[in-house]
Design a protein. Structure first.
Length: 278
């Protein structure tokens, strides 16, 4: 086997696309990162891309966008990801952790360190159709650059509540503005009367879909269906643009949000995991 580093997104996809396309839903995170970098090359200026080849066949693929985890794809067989982890580790490559579906994320993590720490157990879900909830007061509108301040404040609250304390974070001011300026990405806002009550992001394009999230409703406004309504709206909006799928990640320790997504049409694809290398 040979570990190959690729100069850019185009070279990485030329090597890895067949592997990734074998399970687009499973690989929506990697595809989404690649689409972001294709549109905005300086979004992750220190991004790195690798594949593992065996007799010129690509058998594994992975990338890293500091300060975030290495993201790994499902390999053709057991072994190539462990080989990649050992090779990168021996070369002195630094990584805070790994994100990947089960079991490939765990395979990479255990090859990197004897004691990886499971930071978050996640589920990957996909929807081809959507069932908007009935009877939710209010309506949706698309966010504009005038909404950046409100969105950033809510996403900071989302990160504080939903993400582990040691998880890497985006520069929210920059990432929100970037998303609002990209075609096919943005935020749906739910408005009840004149009050902003919930939001749902979307972006991270894949060949036939896009990723939904994050979703946030302030605690004092929960239990009224706002989160379900705005997520259903964002999903319907993206599917209406001609996409086949919408994908999202859930925290498996939060049964309420998992149930909400299933109720509006999302179906479970696979387990995923975020491992930290302490």
């Amino acid at each position: 086997m040979e570990l190959r580093e690729h100069a850019d997104v185009a070279a990485f996809l030329a090597a890895a696309d067949e592997l990734l396309a074998a399970d687009e839903a499973r690989h929506n995170l990697i595809y989404g990162i690649c689409s972001t970098l294709s549109d905005v090359p300086d979004a992750y200026p220190d991004a790195s891309f690798w594949s593992v080849s065996d007799n010129d066949e690509t058998v594994a693929a992975l990338l890293r966008t500091p300060p975030f985890n290495v993201a790994v794809a499902r390999p053709q067989r057991e072994g190539p990801l462990a080989f990649a982890a050992e090779s990168l580790h021996a070369a002195g490559v630094q990584a805070p952790g790994v994100t990947g579906a089960v079991p490939e994320g765990e395979e990479f993590a255990r090859a990197w360190t004897d004691s990886p720490r499971l930071r978050m157990a996640q589920g990957v879900y996909a929807a081809r159709t959507v069932r908007p909830p009935e009877g939710v007061p209010g309506e949706a509108r698309e966010a504009t650059l005038d909404d950046v301040q409100a969105i950033v404040a809510w996403l900071r609250a989302f990160e504080a509540e939903a993400l582990p304390g040691d998880a890497p974070h985006l520069d929210l001011d920059e990432s929100v503005a970037r998303r609002l300026n990209r075609d096919g990405a943005g935020f749906a806002l739910w408005i009840d009367g004149t009050q902003l009550v919930s939001l749902c992001g979307y972006g991270g394009r894949t060949p036939h879909g896009t990723r939904i999230g994050p979703v946030y409703t302030p605690p004092e406004l929960r239990g009224r269906g706002y989160g379900s309504a705005v997520t259903a709206h964002a999903t319907k909006h993206c599917l209406a643009r001609g996409l086949d799928y919408c994908f999202l990640y859930t925290d498996l320790s939060n049964p309420t949000s998992n149930k909400i997504y299933v109720n509006i049409g999302y179906e479970f694809v696979c387990d995923s995991a975020d491992y930290a290398f302490d």
